[in-house]
Write a protein that binds this ligand. Structure first.
Ligand code: PEP
Ligand code: MG
Length: 781
């Protein structure tokens, strides 16, 4: 038998029908309302490749070095071609089509979903990597089944299996063919609290097909239902889009939600009751809390999928975000048990702890929160980095990209120079290491081995050890929301990433995507200028570095969007690198040869960056967006767009945009909108320095660096207004996006998204929600 009907399948059939098929079969058998259908078994896929004698060639084709992106692309193409070009044997064709005709009298629209046999297993989360097709009818069914099989060999799937140590030939794939539910509303339900296991159901619901909720395309309503009959807590979200079947083509399309339904509550009390009852049945059936996908049509509730919740902490506190995996950064600090969650104390590291006298011996700008005690290590040259041991506090003039490994070991960082947007400030925040910048004198006042306490909130360095080692914390855990239910906001809240190592920590925040991925930190950490690196290693190696760096972040967030900025490093930073002696000498690098002006001046070099994007798109990373830095006007945009086209990237198909970092760009945004940008993102670090003429890295004028200056707010307000008129999204990715006052201002003005520092995401989510609710209240009062 090539197919098995859902009512013939139970949980034990995982090897035959994959995780999804087994779960649907089990639910059907338990009498739960599952749309009818069948599974083309994993054995059928296996016989298909073996009978056609393409199996050996297939597995050989995908044995490649997955870090070689062009070899990976060739392997994926070849493997997929082998499957897609092999015809169906007649008996198999007939059996599948005959089964289809039994579903809905042969006229049914069906969903065709891959169900890999390794999917949904612990530590092998391939979920979402294989194809799913909706609204399929007889004519296309067989092709879709074959495409599901071929999706076992996309570049991402091959890469993942190799990385996770799975043998390609040991992974099989079944295909579920199931009657479509043209959902009027749909969503997900946790049958118990996903963090604590408490008897509280959490339901998320939106209009239309569930894909919009699962993929994150829409912010759903949120219903928290205590099972002890307490009041339901309802948060109604603004639901901008919905997925539904196009009546003419039968295809699934994304549409705007009609105005009257956008802010309307999706679920009635009766529907919630029905869902809760089903939730209880499914939880009883499995005897463990479940994460359920459901849909409602004509008042009937269907269950589309159910999986055990894996995030409940047996210890009763905290939760691992769904999908979070991999190694966390080594613990460097321990909490002092007295203050905020972010407060840390280093475990010493210099011996001889003395009680703190409490005297402030150095002060500066608190640029990364937390309090730590440890031994100071003065780093004046790169050779000094070796003396930085786990738990020490680095004291330096200014951090450099090659200090990042030592910064990870350190428990704190203190610099003489720099402002809140300097390298030290940005990187330490991303690493979750407390830091103080711009002290002017730390390297002269502090001594090697001296035990000090660094208060990264107040910007003060105190004599002696003030915080006692207590309980270990990990930077990833600090940013993980304690409640699994993130505040539902209409304004998206994203996160900034500058070093790929921070991607896991960034993703753990539950942010809606990455609003800024700075590529220059990837390049600077090569320790060679791009020209020098290319000369020694070749163009392909350089492109591969970019592809790999971006891919790490794009994977961590997929399918949430990742906005990647093209290179923007000033010449003084490039000069520190090998090959940097060829960089132009500039009196004021901040006003010089950087950002898009450099890229447009050297299209041959820029072409490598664009090629990296093209390869990522080819690999299926459709969540990657392109952002151009330091543009001034529409002319910059037209030129960049032309270079994108020349590089084989279709600007109409991809999401791309520009940063607003100069007053000129703010005043020219209308022309940029006409040139086709999809979004404009405020880089307030630069916008502030160029509007106020305050060097952002100069500690002597740091007190004048005011991102909330009325002139800057005026520029921002005008840009948001113009962009709204032209349907261009707006966002902020400068440091000021983490400040509550700026968040309030932006939400009031109607910004589309806010991208915050990793450690600020949670507070920004709450601030956005508070401001949105105030706006709603004001409008009805
Ligand atoms: C900005 O200027 O605000 C920005 C986000 O870019 P960078 O800090 O990298 O210059
Ligand atoms: Mg900038």
């Amino acid at each position: 038998m090539a197919v098995l009907w859902l009512d013939e399948i139970s949980a034990g059939d995982l090897e035959k029908v994959g995780g999804k098929g087994a779960s649907l079969g089990e639910l059907t058998g338990a009498g739960l309302p599952v749309p009818p259908g069948f599974v083309v078994t994993a054995g059928t896929y296996r016989s298909f490749i073996e009978d056609a004698e393409i199996d050996e060639e297939l597995f050989e084709a995908v044995e490649v070095d997955v870090d070689d992106s062009s070899a990976l692309a060739t392997a994926a193409d070849r493997a997929q071609e082998l499957i897609l070009e092999t015809p169906f044997p007649d008996d198999l064709r007939e059996e599948i089509l005959a089964s289809y005709r039994e579903v809905g009298n042969g006229e049914a629209f069906v969903a065709v979903r891959s169900s890999a046999t390794a999917e949904d297993l612990p530590d092998a989360s391939f979920a979402g990597q294989q194809e799913t097709f909706l609204n399929v009818t007889e004519g296309a069914l067989l092709d879709r089944v074959r495409e599901c099989w071929a999706s076992l060999f996309t570049q991402r799937a091959i890469y993942y299996r190799q990385e996770q140590g799975f043998d390609h030939s040991a992974v099989n794939i079944a295909v579920v063919v199931q009657q479509m539910v043209d959902a009027e509303k749909s969503g997900v339900m946790f049958t118990s609290h996903p963090s604590t296991g408490d008897p509280t159901m959490i339901i998320e619901a939106a209009w239309g097909l569930g894909e919009a909720v699962v993929s994150g395309a829409v912010s759903p309503d949120n219903y928290v239902v205590p099972r002890n009959d307490d009041e339901i807590d309802v948060t109604v979200a603004e639901k901008k889009v919905m997925h539904e079947k196009d009546e003419e083509t039968g295809e699934t399309v994304e549409r705007e939600v009609p105005a009257d339904k956008r802010n309307a509550r999706v679920l009635s009390d009766d529907e919630i009751d029905t869902l809760v009852e089903l939730g209880e049945r499914v939880e009883d059936h499995y005897d463990t809390p479940q994460d359920v996908e459901w849909a409602i049509i004509d008042g009937d509730v269907y269950m589309l999928q159910s999986r055990p919740i894996t995030t409940i902490d047996e210890g009763g506190s905290g939760a691992e975000a769904p999908g979070a995996s991999g190694a966390v950064n080594a613990a460097k600090g321990v909490t002092d048990g007295s203050g905020s969650g972010g407060t840390q104390a280093a475990s010493g590291g210099g011996g001889g702890s003395s009680a703190s006298s409490g005297d402030v011996i150095v002060d500066g700008l608190g640029s990364s929160p937390g309090t730590v005690s440890g031994a100071a290590q003065i780093v004046l040259k790169l050779d000094d980095l070796d003396k930085v041991k786990e738990g020490d506090i680095i004291v330096t003039e200014m951090t450099m990209p090659d200090m990042v490994p030592a910064m990870k070991r350190a428990s704190g960082i203190i610099t003489d120079e720099g402002g809140m947007t300097s390298h030290a400030a940005i990187v330490s925040r991303e690493l979750g290491v407390p830091a103080i910048v711009g002290t002017t004198n730390a390297t002269t006042v502090l001594e090697d081995g001296q035990i000090v306490t660094l208060d990264g909130d107040k910007g003060a360095v105190l004599e002696g050890q003030k915080v006692e080692p207590d309980e270990e914390t990990e930077p990833v855990e600090e940013v993980r929301p304690q409640s699994p239910v993130k505040p539902m906001t209409a304004t998206e809240v994203k996160v900034n990433v500058s070093i790929p190592e921070a991607a896991e920590r960034a993703a753990a925040t539950g942010a809606d995507g990455v609003g800024l991925l700075r590529t220059e930190h990837m390049i600077l950490s090569l320790n060679q200028t791009p020209a020098n690196y290319i000369e020694e290693n070749g163009e392909n190696a350089y492109i591969t570095e970019l592809v790999e760096g971006i891919r790490g972040v794009a994977d961590e967030f997929y399918p949430r969007p990742v906005r990647v900025r093209t290179l923007d490093a000033p010449t003084d930073e490039f000069r520190q690198l090998e090959g940097g002696e060829d960089e132009p000498k500039e009196h004021n690098p901040m006003l010089g040869y950087r950002g898009i002006r450099r890229s447009l001046d050297r299209p041959d070099v820029f072409a490598h960056e664009l090629e990296a994007f093209r390869r990522l798109y080819e690999m299926g990373y459709d969540n990657v967006e392109i952002m151009f830095p330091l543009v001034n006007d529409a002319e910059d945009i037209y030129q960049a767009k032309r270079l994108m086209e020349e590089a084989g990237i279709d600007p109409a198909k991809r999401k791309w945009g520009a940063m607003i970092e100069t007053p000129a760009s703010a005043l020219s945004v209308e022309g940029m909108a006409e040139a086709g940008i999809d979004f404009a993102s405020f880089g307030t670090n630069d916008l502030t320095q160029y509007t106020l003429a305050v060097d952002r890295n100069n500690e002597h004028v740091a007190d004048r660096f005011d991102e909330l200056h009325p002139s800057i707010l005026k520029l921002i307000g005008t840009v948001i207004e113009t962009c709204r008129e032209h349907d261009v999204e707006t966002s902020i990715c400068g440091q000021a996006g983490s400040k509550p006052e700026m968040v309030q201002f932006l939400v009031d003005e109607g910004v589309s998204s806010i991208s915050a520092n990793i450690d600020a995401v949670r507070d920004v989510q709450h601030e956005v929600k508070r401001t949105e609710q105030k706006l709603l209240l004001d409008s009805v009062r």
